[in-house]
Design a protein around this ligand. Sequence first.
Ligand code: 5GP
Length: 204
Amino acid sequence: MDNKGKLIVISGFSGAGKGTVVKGLVEKYGYSLSVSATTRQPRPGEVDGREYYFKSVADFKNLIDYNGFIEWAQYVDNYYGTPRKFVEDEIDAGRDVILEIEVQGAMNVKSQYPDAVLIFITTPDRNTLEARLRGRGSEDDATIAKRLKRAAEEAESIDSYEYIVVNDDINTCIDTVNSVILSRKCAKENNLSFIAALKDDFRR
Ligand code: 5GP
């Protein structure tokens, strides 16, 4: 197999449960997880450096200027970005890194890293999404309305992803996403130098 780690981009509607899916992938299958920076306020229970690096707008803009992000985007009034150094170090060390980011960021990553795997996690339908957003209880009605509107916009971009996984049962979803990643890693076009080396080996 080729030695560099892969970038795995996981997107999905806010409230589709992708955070839980990602946590499961890290805990069950040992993927490395990129912690993003954001200017939004922490939700109850969120810890700086664990869910996000919480930044002021000035600090965030400073990081943009210093090329500190692989990608960044604005989402519902806040900035979000993927810190460059951690991701580059991990893939150089051969570890697969999950980025849990929204659609603009996903497209941006794909243009820089063509072999990144783009996966979209969705609820079975819109009503389930709305119920999950309300059940979370951490956002007011106006924010929920904004997130649903944004979800409707994001639904239009689903075709830009390579794989779509429905999160109906969380454990099934985690295992399915892992299978998607494994199958991509085994794809011929991701193993050209390995195949060449193997052929050489057998020709000797
Ligand atoms: P939330 O505020 O619910 O944690 O995240 C809002 C949205 O921002 C989610 O769709 C999440 O995937 C996305 N997001 C989180 N971190 C990043 C990032 O570093 N870059 C981009 N482009 N989106 C991000």
